[in-house]
Design a protein around this ligand. Structure first.
Ligand SMILES: Nc1ncnc2c1ncn2[C@@H]1O[C@H](COP(=O)(O)OP(=O)(O)OP(=O)(O)O)[C@@H](O)[C@H]1O
Ligand SMILES: [Mg+2]
Length: 290
């Protein structure tokens, strides 16, 4: 599909009233500028609209996520980043007032097809949340739980292997190998977040969604997660929501800028942070609002 490119010098029609703390002179426009589409999409989203009751949170978003890329989603608080991310593994299904329309294709499969079973979908598209949320179980059980319910291991040695490999990939093995049977909740915040990453990796997902995974972590734990993202990219496709522009710049290949529920710009990360195409992106990254 061909991307609709609109330069910032071109006319972008005013279609909403801007809140007073935002640049009044910048027009939103209807089309996403830049490169929202990919040659090798792992996921393809088309004409996505999301409502909570009467209130619309996402407006006609079109976006591809390429295989093995890290895509960062940025934008001011309330612009719809989490809402959009949660659509990607149908996490919004649990919110009663939430209505999602549009197409969501994973490989060639429509993930909102009435026959789509949510459990295997969530194994293929895993999620790591803002606040680390280990189960009240041992470190071992936190990681083993998913493979057990998905029937990925028939014998204990296989399960042991999955637990070790997942903890190694999450960069946590050396720190916990001697206390696998102590509580996951007894780990530090940064360790808990890596445990949650190990838990999501354990079921061999294809896509990992991360919603501000470092916002509760100190700079050292954050650096570890960022290193991990760079490694995980070899095997997984990653979409990460972050409020840290430095983080987006460090970890992602492309960056998507959302504003008031619209996807304003998607471009190579370097481009977004050095020479954004849309004035709204520029205003945000230079700190004029947000
Ligand atoms: N469960 C919900 N019920 C009703 N409205 C919601 C719900 N969740 C989000 N919203 C609304 O949808 C809009 C987008 O919210 P969302 O949480 O997706 O934004 P966000 O970009 O992730 O913000 P933040 O950076 O603060 O996390 C907001 O106006 C928000 O109030
Ligand atoms: Mg959010």
């Amino acid at each position: 599909m061909e991307a609709v490119i609109q330069k910032k010098s071109e006319k972008q029609g005013i279609d909403e009233v801007m809140p007073s703390n935002e640049p009044q002179d910048i027009q939103v426009g209807d089309k996403t500028v830049g490169k929202p589409f990919a040659d090798n999409p792992k996921m393809a989203m088309r004409n996505v609209n999301v409502h909570y009751g009467d209130k619309q949170a996402i407006f006609d978003v079109n976006l591809d996520i390429a295989k093995n890329e890290v895509i960062a989603m940025i934008g001011p608080s309330g612009c719809g980043k989490s809402t959009f991310l949660r659509c990607l593994n149908r996490m919004n299904d649990t919110i009663e007032s939430c209505r999602v329309t549009g197409q969501f294709i994973l490989d060639d499969q429509d993930i909102y097809h009435p026959k789509q079973d949510i459990v295997p979908l969530r194994a293929r598209v895993g999620m790591v949340f803002q606040k680390p949320n280990p189960f009240p179980k041992s470190i071992y059980e936190n990681v083993a739980y998913g493979p057990k319910i998905h029937g990925l291991a028939s014998r204990r040695v296989e399960l042991d292997e999955i637990v070790e490999v997942s903890l190694r990939k999450a960069g946590l093995w050396e720190e916990v190998k001697d206390r696998l049977h102590s509580a996951g909740t007894g780990l530090s915040g940064g360790q808990q977040q890596r445990l949650c990453i190990a838990r999501s990796i354990a079921v061999s997902p294809e896509v990992i969604l991360m919603d501000e995974p470092c916002s509760a972590l100190d700079p050292i734990a954050t650096a570890k997660i960022e290193e991990l993202i760079a490694e995980l990219k070899q095997n997984f496709t990653i979409a990460i929501v972050t409020h840290s522009m430095q983080q987006a710049a460090r970890v992602s290949d492309r960056t998507a800028y959302f504003h008031l529920g619209k996807l304003i710009e998607v471009n190579d990360t370097k481009r977004v942070f050095t020479n954004p195409e849309h004035d709204l992106t520029e205003a945000y990254i230079t700190g004029r609002f947000g």
